[in-house]
Design a protein around this ligand. Structure first.
Ligand code: DC
Length: 226
């Protein structure tokens, strides 16, 4: 079975996909991590990010994989080096949309993404899962949330272990909102595989719902189709 979850940055896809994978024993596939790994490799090797041919060649040459741990795909590796922490750095946030808009880069990611579903039930999350990667997914969800709420959640998540008052985070939330809006526009406006809901996707707006409520809603869809 394949569950496809698409939606903009900060809509809760990753947390929700993780929880569904846990409940049903599915494998979670974070496709954004793969585009982040390409962007990180380009930055670390000093590539010119405007050089589409070079970046495409790089995406084809590096080996991005989730080597198994305890029978499940483990942390993301580039040529066997764990990059799961580095791909979340702000320098990657700022350039990943550019890199992921290159058609050759997207093409290079398709086979490894699809391969994950060869041997596992999968809950895959990204921007084009229900439209391009798994157009025949059993369940498709397009998850959205109000941009201001997405920014708020991102910042709170970033500071979850800090002793800080939310009132002191207003500037950071405003800055994150601007970044999110910029990334949404790039992801939705690109020519190839833009961020768009598949016609047969169930749309869920999580603005006024908890993660658990959304997971329960999708879990009911899974139970109906099993
Ligand atoms: O989900 P994320 O924020 O980790 O994704 C990082 C970037 O990768 C995002 O800005 C758009 C791109 N992406 C994509 O183009 N297609 C996907 N299936 C997943 C992510």
């Amino acid at each position: 079975m394949i569950i496809a979850i698409d939606g903009p940055a900060g809509s809760g896809k990753s947390t929700i996909a993780g929880e569904l994978a846990r409940r049903f024993g599915f494998t979670k596939l974070d496709t954004g991590a793969m585009y982040r790994a390409v962007a990180l490799s380009a930055l670390d090797r000093g590539f010119d990010l405007d050089d589409e041919d070079a970046i495409t060649g790089l995406a084809r040459a590096i080996r991005i994989a989730f080597p198994p741990r305890d029978g499940k795909p483990g942390p993301i590796c580039v040529d066997d080096v764990d990059v799961s922490r580095q791909i979340r750095e702000p320098r990657v946030d700022t350039c990943v949309s550019k890199v992921s808009a290159y058609p050759g880069v997207r093409e290079a990611m398709l086979a490894p993404q699809r391969a994950v579903a060869d041997h596992h039930d999968v809950v895959a999350e990204g921007r084009d899962i229900g439209t391009v990667v798994f157009p025949h997914a059993d369940i498709k969800v397009f998850l959205t949330a109000d941009p201001a709420e997405r920014a708020r959640r991102r910042v709170i998540q970033r500071h979850e272990h800090d002793d800080i008052d939310i009132a002191d985070l207003a500037d950071e939330i405003a800055e994150t909102l601007a970044q999110i809006e910029r990334r949404d526009a790039l992801d939705a406006g690109r020519a190839v595989a833009p961020l768009v809901a598949a016609p047969d996707a169930v749309r869920i707006d999580s603005t006024a719902h908890t993660i658990d409520e959304v997971v329960d809603q999708i879990a009911r869809l899974v139970a109906e189709r099993r």
